[in-house]
Design a protein around this ligand. Structure first.
Ligand code: ASP
Ligand code: MG
Length: 322
């Protein structure tokens, strides 16, 4: 099986040909995506999450900065009704506001636009449009989020294995069940073990999904100013695949958020609602995450490129006719 991160021009050409949306491997990937989404939505509803629909244009969105993993070429803006709005990079700001004023736990299937640098077309792991299965839990802790996504991941894999066993056999995918809880390791340990390139090395070193914690990044993730540790996390899948989820316990203190926004060189006025609620004591502590749906499905079917699971591939650097 060819893994992401070893993509050649031939594969990119194949995936972007309109007719290839009907190829056997692609049809099986869409079927797997259907089973995964149904399973995850059912589990979330069963756990009492409310289902909220996404928005796509907003005056505020995830800055995607600073994030060691981010590599954004442009942040599209357009004008509607005389107001500058951005295309959604993630609904993190919206999730923080909603979890404070609305339902205490909810999920959103949220389409994101992230114009990744074109070199990322060949990582096999990046898309410029994709969907996150986002959750947020009022007063939640990291461990609460770990348990939710461990259940989503293991249930979805079980469902695909039992419902699509013939399809998996046809494409030569040996999909395994995983035990829970998943192992938790800190980014510092990984840097010691594998050096600064740990993100690339880790997916080849693990046999089971692994939670990675303490990753310095955007202001909205909780940082302990005394110890310098971050109460955030990513989920890594084995077999060379890699990161499929990011999340965190969140900042809710006004002064601290403002300090971090300024430190990151961002504009406080872009986060006006968040800051006002924090100042008024209305911003609740929470925790949540977003799972990259296409990445997870790509793992499930053993895709050669994450775009293989998209009928209309969104490969960085390639704008197809559809
Ligand atoms: N979805 C992520 C979160 O909940 C943010 C991101 O998209 O990276 O923290
Ligand atoms: Mg992020």
């Amino acid at each position: 099986m060819l893994k992401p991160k070893t993509v050649d021009d031939g594969l990119l050409e194949e995936l972007t040909k309109v007719e290839s949306m009907g190829a056997r491997r692609r049809l099986i990937a869409y079927r797997a995506g259907t089973v995964v989404l149904r399973s995850m939505v059912e589990e979330l509803l069963d756990m009492g999450f409310e289902w909220v629909l996404p928005v796509m244009l907003s005056r505020t969105t995830d800055p995607l900065w600073p994030d060691p993993g981010a590599s954004i070429e442009t942040r599209p803006e357009l004008e509607v009704y005389g107001v500058r709005v951005r295309t959604m990079q993630s609904m993190i700001v919206h999730k923080r506001v909603l979890v404070s004023l609305g339902p205490p736990k909810f999920f959103i299937l949220s389409p994101n636009i992230r114009i990744e640098k074109r070199e990322r077309g060949k990582t096999g792991w990046h898309l410029y449009e994709f969907t996150q299965l986002e959750t947020e839990i009022a007063y939640g802790r990291m461990e609460d989020v770990f348990r939710v996504y461990e259940r989503l991941v293991t249930s979805a894999i079980r469902a695909v294995r039992s419902e699509l066993s013939e399809d998996l056999r046809e494409i030569g995918r040996e999909l395994r069940d995983f035990g829970t809880p998943f192992r938790v390791v800190s980014r510092r340990e990984l840097e010691r073990a594998y050096g600064p390139e740990w993100e690339r090395v880790l997916p080849h070193k693990i046999e089971e999904p692994v939670w990675v914690t303490d990753i310095p990044r955007e202001f909205y993730d909780f940082e302990d100013f005394e110890t310098g540790t971050w109460r955030n996390y990513d989920l890594y899948m084995p077999e060379g695949y890699g990161e499929v989820l990011s999340g965190a316990e969140r900042e809710h203190d006004y002064e601290k958020m403002l300090t971090k926004i300024k430190r990151d060189g961002l504009r406080p006025e872009d986060y006006e609602v968040l800051l006002r609620l924090a100042m008024e004591g209305k911003l609740k502590p929470s925790a949540g995450a977003g799972l990259g749906v296409e990445r997870f499905v790509a793992y499930v079917v053993g895709a050669r490129h994450v775009a293989e699971v998209q009928p209309f591939p969104r490969i960085p650097g390639i704008v197809s006719p559809l």
